[in-house]
Design a binder for this molecule. Structure first.
Ligand SMILES: [Zn+2]
Length: 264
């Protein structure tokens, strides 16, 4: 784990920018390196963390376990990622956190959260993104144990993901008072995950964030046995991708409206 701190210590909580939670998603690490190369005048304490350096150097998602399913972690575990999860949790305990990922699910970018709070509201509104997925339905992610959000910046293994991460990082740090300048916070559409399509043998034919009506086809069985897969009930697909997960197609969600209109 690489950790570098910049900016003055004051009575505000530090910001933590976390990259490479998944070793095969280095977009955030590129964005951090690119930003620091410009030697900006930070006006608030920021911790830059490259989480799973070992997996990143190997070009793998993880060494022993998926780090984003390894929380709360265990400092004495034999698993590299379970030890790392415990260290990360300690490092990020007092911070407002943003984590950078890339994904095979389209379109990007969008944000993810697990524990809605005043901080997650402020953090996500600083990103400039238009959609956020509340994935509280799933256990064990980083956002389950820290105060912050994750951002899916762009497609896996692309320069575009790194460029997207760079833009989001600068906008976010400016909006949160860590970089000079001013940007307006935005409102976002909120999607709450309430189900999963747990088949890894499907090809996704719908579009994420676009509602599938009852009876509409949204996937095809790649083995050819079941043909088109239709929705028994309406839902909105999120994080669905043909090759995104081994054991599932992705998640079903409900659009619950703009963030500004939700109960705090
Ligand atoms: Zn990831």
């Amino acid at each position: 784990m690489y950790c570098l701190e910049r900016g003055p210590v004051d009575d505000r909580r530090p910001i933590a920018v976390v990259a490479a939670l998944h070793g095969d998603e280095p977009c955030g690490a590129y964005a951090i390196a690119d930003l620091l190369a410009t030697d900006p005048a930070f006006q608030r304490r920021v911790k830059f963390v490259v989480a799973n350096e070992r997996a990143m150097e190997a070009g793998e998602r993880y060494v022993d376990d998926d780090l984003n399913r390894a929380f709360p972690g265990d400092p004495h575990s034999r698993s590299h990622e379970r030890r790392l999860a415990a260290r990360l949790r300690e490092e990020l305990a007092d911070a407002e956190v943003i984590t950078f990922h890339s994904t095979d699910a389209e379109p990007t970018p969008f944000a993810l959260l697990q524990n809605p709070s005043e901080t997650t509201d402020a953090v996500v509104r600083a990103t400039g993104l238009e959609q956020i997925v509340d994935i509280s339905y799933v256990d064990g992610g980083l956002e389950d144990v820290v105060d912050g959000v994750a951002v899916e910046c762009g497609p896996m293994r692309t320069r575009g993901a790194a460029e997207s991460a760079r833009g989001i990082l600068e906008r976010f740090l400016t909006a949160r008072g860590a970089l000079p300048g001013a940007v307006e916070p935005v409102d976002l559409d909120v999607y709450r995950v309430d189900g999963v399509v747990d088949r890894g043998d499907l090809a996704f034919t719908g579009r994420n964030f676009q509602r599938v009506h009852a009876g509409d086809a949204f996937a095809v069985d790649t083995t050819g046995d079941d043909g088109e897969i239709t929705a028994p009930e309406p839902f909105t697909p999120v994080l669905m991708a043909t090759d995104g997960y081994d054991d599932m197609l992705g998640f079903q969600a409900t659009n619950v409206g703009p963030l500004s209109e939700l109960e705090p």
